[in-house]
Design a protein around this ligand. Structure first.
Ligand SMILES: Cc1cc2nc3c(=O)[nH]c(=O)nc-3n(C[C@H](O)[C@H](O)[C@H](O)COP(=O)(O)OP(=O)(O)OC[C@H]3O[C@@H](n4cnc5c(N)ncnc54)[C@H](O)[C@@H]3O)c2cc1C
Length: 286
């Protein structure tokens, strides 16, 4: 482990100032489940950790039916999937939070850390995108909001500027007769990087899909949205679900690696998309 300093920020402004003072080797510390590993293995040069877990705005969950859901960026995952409002209204997010790492990881790891890592296979990112989330970012020039669909710009890359960090994540209240679902495929039962992950949010009017948001991960340089023309405005049938799966497969641009081949990942893009559509529709129907 490299020698480094630790500073605990008590406010958003103080965290920004600490990041500014620390320069490029000052890093935000949320749960530390990624950054501590990287620093210990010297894969990331860190001279100062700025701990954001003690800032009131970065921890905790608030929900109401007019304002939707706000989750502090450093809130540990176990609080997210343990929250009955999240489970009830934002199922995809609860599902993703429940499988990241194991129990110990979930006691520390955060959605903000998962998003800021901006890994193509980051498990919460498809759920955050399908649920139409927005990241509230603070930095030297004040605060700004960025739709989560626009947050990641490439593998491990995102829109965060120097000395900026994510304060919280906001998700609008889901429409009536809507549902969401998340799934992933990993080669083992747990603790592995997804070969493909998928999240779907959809709204039904009777049998007709009036809105759909489908996101896919681990099958491209970043998590992306799948076109939904095959579903929206049409009845939800085996045929339209299969067409949406085909659209996912066609949009995916995976690579071969030790976890899966291009062929398998293309296939999974189709299968997981169809599964999350079906599961989301079941929830939408109540
Ligand atoms: C054993 C193990 C299993 C894992 N399993 C999974 C898995 O199944 N799925 C998965 O997706 N990931 C997995 N991970 C990776 C990791 O746990 C997750 O990405 C987690 O969500 C990271 O959150 P964190 O709060 O610990 O981030 P940290 O480690 O604190 O930070 C990660 C990075 O994001 C930056 N950062 C953190 N918070 C913010 C913020 N609010 N604003 C700006 N930058 C920020 C940090 O500076 C750092 O660069 C696993 C890791 C381990 C060690």
């Amino acid at each position: 482990m490299q020698a480094l300093k630790y500073a605990r920020a008590a406010s958003v402004d103080e965290a920004v100032q600490m990041l500014r003072d620390g320069g490029p080797t000052a890093k935000v510390l949320a749960g530390g489940t990624d950054i501590i590993v990287l620093a210990r293995e010297r894969r990331r040069k860190v001279e100062l950790f700025v701990d954001i877990k003690h800032i009131p705005e970065t921890t905790g969950i608030s929900y109401d039916s007019s304002n939707g859901l706000t989750i502090g960026a450093a809130t540990p995952l176990y609080q997210i999937y343990g929250n009955s409002d999240v489970v009830r209204h934002y199922s995809a997010l609860a599902q993703a939070s429940h499988v990241i790492g194991g129990t110990a990881i979930q006691g520390r790891a955060s959605l903000g850390g998962n998003l800021a890592n901006s890994g193509p296979a980051g498990d919460s990112i498809p759920a955050q995108m399908a649920l139409n989330g927005t990241a509230l970012i603070a930095g030297p020039n004040g605060r700004r909001e960025v739709p989560i669909v626009d947050f990641c710009t490439g593998p491990g890359q995102n829109v965060l500027g120097a000395d900026e960090f994510i304060v919280s994540l906001h998700f609008p209240h889901p429409a009536a007769h809507s549902g969401s679902a998340w799934e992933r495929f990993i080669p083992r039962n747990e603790m592995d990087i997804a070969v493909c992950n998928s999240a779907t949010y959809l709204v039904l009017n009777g049998d007709v899909v009036t809105e759909a948001r489908i996101a896919l991960g681990a099958v491209g340089p970043k998590v992306f949205m799948v076109p939904t023309d095959a579903l929206v405005g049409k009845p939800l049938t085996d045929e339209t679900i299969a067409a949406a799966g085909e659209a996912a497969k066609a949009t995916a641009t995976p690579i071969d690696d030790m976890r899966g081949s291009v062929k398998q990942r293309k296939h999974l893009s189709d299968v997981l998309t169809q599964r999350t559509i079906r599961a989301a529709a079941e929830r939408a129907r109540g």
